[in-house]
Design a protein around this ligand. Structure first.
Ligand SMILES: Cc1cc2nc3c(=O)[nH]c(=O)nc-3n(C[C@H](O)[C@H](O)[C@H](O)COP(=O)(O)OP(=O)(O)OC[C@H]3O[C@@H](n4cnc5c(N)ncnc54)[C@H](O)[C@@H]3O)c2cc1C
Length: 410
């Protein structure tokens, strides 16, 4: 949608011809996925957009586009469409309405106002070069001719929304390389013997990913224990690294959860010492009442202390207390992998960016062919970065494809 809109604007600025832009959508309506973003609120960008929020085989590829389309530029783009925004936690920006539907409505109005032809219920199955033109073949047996083509079919995540990975062939048919797609921003499968009994417990803390016992990345926020492992924003943020590392057989993966990040080891030991003195007669299982959830504290005690849960708190040795404090600050859980594309918000991997011009998103294999959004091997962190990439790369590709189509020059 942003690609079509920027193509229309470029054509208006550089040509007297009426824009003839068509947007193909396999669903009965455009923007099905958009409606589900940010829990229906659409976290459309972030105040902290920067290259280090993006990943991919050649992640630096996104730099020129992020420089050209900063957060402010994207906010202005939406303001021009009539969408006012509001900043919530961690720089996350949403439509003021906190309704994804209002973002989609504004985009759709603008498509109509710019006389962009929306051809829905039409899946493009192939794109072929035909002399100086492209021939597009659809599953409805219709064919279309275009001077330039932008492939914006998304990745493989959340296939029920229409992007199921089948669109990669539109580019691999032209010999573009597919970096194997993996689920990202997705729940993590972890030791069920630990996680299942804690299922439903939610904590706010930090999660550190360890690969072969070495810390790789730390995230802060909510962490949720589930039947299959772990979820919550801090975990989702680590999931791309886990998916990539496990695929590359990097070794042993663990997550260390800090249940009380406001404490260091000594102050945590002191806290437990104070409590064992004050609540000396309480059974161990109640030692952390008011500090940690009951099921979490029971698990910690069972894993780290060789005493029955009914034993008096005063029976803990200093060694036990130190062990408990360490476990509270680093509750280690073995990681097995991630859930699949059906649960994932984003695709890591995709069409290799090295084969595209980073300023125009034009294919370096086929002139006049462009790509943008999640179909490319760029994925962002959780927090509005993926939609920012979708808008920014769409605006870039639309502008360049229109310029290519009419030789207007950028
Ligand atoms: C549940 C969920 C929540 C999310 N929340 C956020 C969030 O709050 N903030 C954020 O930044 N990101 C979020 N994301 C990620 C973000 O939605 C995607 O990164 C972004 O939508 C990608 O945009 P895109 O245009 O490249 O692809 P898509 O949004 O997937 O759009 C591609 C479109 O192409 C259509 N299509 C595919 N193949 C064909 C074909 N062959 N012919 C015709 N049409 C085709 C599809 O039906 C689809 O409508 C979320 C994702 C999910 C699943």
């Amino acid at each position: 949608m942003t690609a079509a809109l920027s193509a229309a604007q470029t054509l208006r600025e550089h040509s007297d011809l009426r824009p003839r832009i068509a947007l193909f959508e396999r669903n009965d309506r455009v923007g099905k996925k958009l409606l589900t973003t940010g829990n229906g609120r659409c976290n459309l960008t972030n105040r902290n957009v920067a290259p280090n929020k993006y990943h991919g085989t050649y992640a630096e590829f996104c730099l020129p586009i992020l420089t050209r389309y900063s957060t402010d530029k994207i906010l202005t783009f939406f303001e021009d469409l009539g969408v006012l925004t509001v900043e919530l936690e961690e720089g996350k920006l949403y439509p003021r309405t906190l309704q994804a539907s209002s973002v989609l409505d504004a985009l759709r109005y603008s498509l109509t106002e710019n006389t962009i032809q929306l051809i829905s219920d039409t899946r493009i199955q192939s794109v072929r070069r035909n002399g100086t033109l492209f021939a597009l073949q659809s599953d409805t047996h219709d064919s279309f001719v275009a001077r330039s083509v932008i492939v914006s079919c998304g990745g493989a995540a959340a296939p029920s929304s229409g992007s199921d990975g089948s669109g990669y062939c539109l580019l691999t048919d032209f010999s573009h390389t597919l970096i194997p797609p993996l689920p990202s921003i997705v729940q993590v499968k972890a030791d069920t013997s630990v996680c299942k009994p804690l299922s439903g417990q939610k904590i706010t803390g930090t999660a550190t990913l360890y690969v072969n016992k070495q810390p790789k990345r730390k995230e802060e926020g909510e962490i949720l224990f589930t039947d299959y492992g772990l979820s919550g924003p801090a975990i989702l943020q680590l999931s791309g690294l886990i998916a990539r590392g496990i695929q590359a057989k990097e070794g042993d993966f663990e997550i260390g959860i800090n249940l009380m990040p406001e404490y260091d080891l000594q102050s945590c030991i002191d806290l437990i010492l104070t409590r064992t003195a004050r609540f000396a007669e309480r059974p161990l299982e109640d030692l952390f009442t008011g500090v940690l959830g009951k099921r979490i504290s029971t698990t910690l005690i069972k894993r780290n202390v060789e005493l029955p849960l009914k034993a008096c708190a005063s029976s803990l040795t200093y060694r036990d207390i130190r062990g408990l404090a360490s476990a509270i600050l680093d509750f280690r859980i073995q990681v097995q992998g991630t859930l699949g594309f059906a649960q994932a918000q984003v695709t890591a991997g995709g069409i290799c960016t090295e084969e595209f011009d980073p300023t125009s998103l034009e294919s370096q294999i086929v002139p006049g062919l462009f790509a943008c959004g999640e179909v490319l091997d760029i994925d962002g962190d959780c927090g509005g970065y993926n939609l920012h990439w979708a808008w920014a790369s769409g605006l870039t590709a639309g502008n360049a494809a229109a310029a290519y189509g009419f030789g207007a020059g950028l």
